[in-house]
Write a protein that binds this ligand. Structure first.
Ligand code: DQA
Length: 141
């Protein structure tokens, strides 16, 4: 099955960005990891642009494509992204993913405007979370 793995702002810097929090793996490593998940064709993308991310969600709705989404900082305040994600409900599963555990960090990270419209959330397991998300989507098909 085809899945979209969408990543929000600053995640293009994965590998060098605050490695003590996010680890040293890059998004290219995430793609390699997902290439090893049998039965899944994952397309990893990243943007710093809220509008572009929303357009990708719209396309996923239209194509009924399952999504793994790390909304990064948009998690905490983007009602526009949330409203786009809401359109996936009943159409295709959406897994919200975070490398770190936002609940163990600053209080502004404790709120997610996305979780209420996600099928489920994976947080705190680094890039292994992406593999788990892909396996869950495959196995729940
Ligand atoms: C993050 C957590 C967010 O709070 C933060 O803004 C990010 C990354 C994570 O993967 O742990 O950019 O989504």
């Amino acid at each position: 099955m085809r899945i979209l793995v969408l990543n929000g702002p600053n995640l293009g810097r994965l590998g060098s960005r605050e490695p003590e929090i996010y680890g040293s793996a890059t998004l290219a490593d995430v793609q390699t990891l997902l290439n090893g998940v049998a039965g899944v064709e994952a397309e990893v993308r990243q943007t710093d642009d809220e509008a572009e991310l929303i357009r990708w969600i719209h396309a996923a709705v239209d194509e009924r494509t399952p999504v793994v989404l790390n909304p990064a900082a948009f998690t905490h305040y983007s009602y526009g992204l949330r409203d786009a994600c809401a359109m996936l409900q009943g159409v295709a599963p959406l897994i919200e993913l975070h490398l770190s555990n936002p609940h163990a960090r600053e209080s502004f990270r404790h709120t997610s405007v996305i979780s209420g419209v996600a099928t489920g959330v994976i947080a705190g397991f680094g890039i292994a979370g992406y593999r788990i998300a892909a396996e869950l989507l495959r196995d729940s098909e």
